[in-house]
Every structure is written in structure tokens, then in C-alpha cells.
Ligand binder design. Sequence first.
Ligand code: CP3
Length: 338
Amino acid sequence: MKDIFLKACKGIRADYTPVWFMRQAGRYMPEYQKIRQKYDFLTMCRTPEIAAEVTLQPVRILEVDAAILFSDILIPLEAMGIEIEFLEEKGPKVSPTIRKSSDLIFLREIELEKVNYVFNAIEILVKELPVPLIGFAASPFTLATYIIEGGSTKEFVNTKRFMFSEADSFHRLMSLFTEATLKYLAEQIKAGVHVVQIFDTWAGILSPLDYEIFVRPYVKKLIEGIKNVPVIYFCSNTSGLANHLKEINADVLSIDWRIDIKEAVELFNAHPLQGNLDPLTLLGTEEEIFKRANKILVDGNLARSHIFNLGHGVNINTSVDKLKKLVDFVHEFKIREA
Ligand code: CP3
């Protein structure tokens, strides 16, 4: 197995920068669409052979240095007594919602056998993949926003109302999700994933103080409880949280494009970094894409190790051809001696 990505996760550089993309499997890819026309998204997630095939598509087509399991951050809710749906236009729908302390009774202890299909997909993949496999879960906070809001949101009104009016119960919800996620990830690791990424997509909606109170302790506990594999922590809009991010002990910090990677190298004392091209750069010309990618590669080289990625998931309007050219561009950039 090609291990350049795994080395970078451990802070070891090789002679080129490894690259993969969040949401590298998905609707922008005709090969994905072909399967998606026959099955809905949840059926794809719940069928190990399909999930494995879709995980492999970007590895074959783009020749990226890592695969990420095809699944979703909301899947473990199915094993906790919560119903999830994905509506064509509106995105995820979660029910029942948990918005006050008395709603906590809806959340059951995680029953891993209900999501055995996740671990079965991993078992298939580790036999077939030429590159390392990334397992993942949401952070307790990001998962909580979905169960509180019932789906996607812009304002997070219900989340913040719960947080600021029943803080003890909110902490209880964070604790329950931390314990469940630790079990879920331990099972993914047992099944064979080589690296784990924690998605904290929405942490950046909080003030630094509230991140410190409601998020940091649980992320820290989660990351410290993950054994035997490197952990990547992804969050976005978090420049104001830098001091807190230093303390969470992730092997790699995945940053978005709102922060200059050179500045991130300084802020995090050259800690291994992943990122951080704006995904929508890919809608522009190759010249603009390569110019920005080059700067990220040059500055990323100042960190102990750097994994090239986008600052968030691949957009549905992205051209596969441009993404493939970006992979080649990253691979051809030679890391100079620091
Ligand atoms: O990265 C990968 O290729 C692996 C698979 C993966 C998916 N979702 C597949 C997916 C991963 C790692 C995720 C994580 C995820 N899911 C996050 C965190 C990362 C981020 O993007 O911020 C979040 C917030 C979700 C929740 C989610 N899932 C939403 C809001 C949506 C609807 C929006 C959309 O793009 O449709 C999904 C659906 C989803 N998850 C799709 C895919 C490929 C689209 C499903 C389809 O084919 O219709």
C-alpha cells in the first residue's frame, strides 16, 4: 500500500505532497451519478458493496493518495434510535429532534450492530485499496446541530437556544455523543481504517468562549480516546479559535481557505496541516487554480508535513478533468528541503 499520506499524518515528509479531497466521491462525478440513478443515497451507504465501489471511484479516476469511506456523518444516529432521511432538494432530515432536556430520552445508547454495513464496507475496502482508508465521524457538536435543528440550518437558533438556556442538558448531550462516537470509531478502526477524520463543520459558528465551554472538552476527550491511528481534525471558519485548536491534540489540523496557510503554520507552530484551497477555485481557469495551489504547496511546505486538500468538500459543479489535473499538479510539485 502507498503510504505517503499515512506518513504525512504522522508528521513525516516524503518527496511529494499527498493529496485527497473531502467529498471526493459524489455527484460531480458521472461514474457516481450512474450508480446514484439506480439507488438513493442511504441505500448506497447501507449496501457495503456499493459503498466500497463508490469509495474506490476517486482513487481510480483521480489517483488521490487516500480514500475516504463513502458514508455520512449522520449514519450513526440510525444506531441511536433516530431516524434520518435525505430529501432531494432540502438535504438531511433528522427526527425526532432534541431541543430540551426532556427530549434526551429519544436518544438511545449506540447499537453498533445496526450499522454493521459501515464496518462491512471497510472490511471489503482494506482488501482492495492501493492507498490508506480514512474513517470518519462528526464531532459531538456538529452532530448535535443536526439532531437539534432537524437538518441543515444557517442560523443555529435552536442549537444556541438549547445551549444557552439548558447548559447542563446540552453538556449531557455532548457527553452522550462523545461516548457513542468513541465506540463507533473504535469499531471502524477494528474493521481496518488507517486514519480517522473528525468533521467539525459547524464549530466556527461559536464564539471562542463557547467553543471552549461546549466543544473543546468533548473534542479533546474524543481525540484522546481514539487509539492506534492518526486523527485529523477538520473545522472551518475557525481563525478565532486558534488558541483552542492548539490544545486538542489532533495529529493533523485541517484548515479552510479563510486563513492563509502560512499564517496557520505560524499559529500552530509548524504542526502538520491539511488544506486549504477554496473548493470553488475549481470553477475557475486552470491558471487561477494552479496559481493558488502553488502558493498553498510552497507555504504548506513550511509545516512539519502538509496534506493537500480543499478547505471543504468538492462542489457538485466541479469538473473531474480539472480535479485530476490538480492532483497531477500537486504530485509534480517537488518539496524542497526546508
Ligand atoms: O468525503 C467523502 O467523499 C465521503 C463521504 C461523505 C459524505 N458526507 C457523502 C455525502 C462525508 C465524509 C460526508 C460528511 C458530511 N455529511 C458532513 C461534514 C463535512 C461537510 O461537508 O461539512 C456533513 C455536514 C454532512 C451532512 C450532509 N450529507 C448534508 C448536509 C448533505 C446534503 C447536501 C448535499 O451535498 O447533498 C449530505 C448528503 C451527502 N453526503 C451526499 C454525499 C455524497 C450527497 C448525496 C447524494 O448523492 O444525493
